[in-house]
Design a protein around this ligand. Sequence first.
Ligand code: UN1
Length: 517
Amino acid sequence: MARTVGSIIGGDGAPSAPGGKLEARNPAHLEELVAVAELGDAGTFVEACRIAREAQPGWAATPAPVRGRVVQQIGRIVEENKERLARLVTREIGKPYRESLGEVQEVIDTCNFFLSEGRRLYGQTVPSEMPDKQLFTFRAPVGVAAVITAGNFPVAVPSWYVIPALVCGNTVVWKPPEYTPSSAEAFAQLILHGGLPEGVFNMVMAEGPVAFEGLERALDEGLVDKVGFTGSTDVGRRIGELCGRHLQSPCLELGGKNPLVVMPDADLDLAVDGCLFSGFGTAGQRCTSLGTVIVHDSVHDEFLSRFAAAVESAAIGEPFEDVLYGPMISERFGRRFEGWLDLVQPHHKLYGSSATGRIGTGNPREGFVGDPDAGLYYHPTIVDGVTMEDELYGTESFGPIVGVASFASFDEAMALANGHGYGLSSSIYTNDPKNVFRFRERISAGMVSVNNSTSGAEAHLPFGGNGRSGNGGRQAGIWVLDQFTRWQSMNWDYSGKLQKAQMDVADVPADLGFRLP
Ligand code: UN1
């Protein structure tokens, strides 16, 4: 049964749908309506920020270990509902069920990490340059955090923002993607049942441009102190500009064109496994998905024939079955992907079955699992002969397409790995430690895998990118605390007199004229 879901502000459902309604369909079975979203408008967003602003001082005054306890309860409730939530994610965006279970596990892992952070949130005691004086640092919450996330990870990625933001004493307004309303609503309900006071966590169901307008107004009215955004580089740039006007630095997690270098000494079968998962897992719809395989000339042909054979025989189809990937997230994702397929040029060579585009009875795929005509399925595409001049080389192509480029020298490999200007994830396959460390030093990406896929980061290592992939902010683990707290320093002089820094400091009577015989 399709549910009707809408914004949740101050713990209550927002009454109407001023932004209209939107149907979310199961991309594996388009005839199945999963949910109807009642959308808010810019005013709904501003109202949510106002409620979050009101709730913030009370939440900040709640002892951090108690906030951590709430996060623990959220983690428990999510764990109790793991299969239900994962099923919803699979029905709504077509992510293979095993991956959806992994995605929900990522939420649980995030809660498990941050529940104890409520008992840490350490500051430092720092020695003073003067007697009878102590220096300290404290982490202070930032205030109201507005979080805007994408649909490829409808619950894990928002948890990377929401959970640390909450434990640090911030209140949150979350705008999920409007095309994943039922996963979003379910996730919001699980969060709210963890024991949060009213108004501490709010969700606004709205379309992107509408939310942008709401964010602009909320920033103008001083209702937002921190923005977290995961999505495209173009939108990230606009959010960065907007926040810059208010002297704010958002946490931006943007696109990627993630390179994977195969050195001549690599274990080729291992590299094929890595490329298969990072190129085609989640139908290539991760920001960490493989963009271009960069293969040494001496192993290029052998690698490519093994890679093509693996892609050829991979199971694609019904996401509740054991498949490499299922449908695209929604029609919008399918249409955009078709546009990127146009970047394949006559000088490129297609590998594998060489069928491209939408899978269906008229354009079949051998061994397809289920009914291809029922959903939004696309052929996997391997494009050989990619060069730095190609538009495909520098364009994030969110979908099941992998480029292949070749190189003769390590310098060439590095130029190819960095030249697109993104810098999110990267990988090298080699058994030579010299290659590993040279690659690590010279790659511009924020994340480096060695003999492992570009995707699939663990939930407690810093996650984020550079260049076109972000503004250097990092999520996850202790590193994200710097996004959701501000350092406050305190000095306390108990000498009973005014001691001036730099001026009233005891001198050291050294004899600088001393020379060794
Ligand atoms: C994303 O696609 O926005 O490392 C995040 C990974 C996942 C997260 C991807 N844990 O691939």
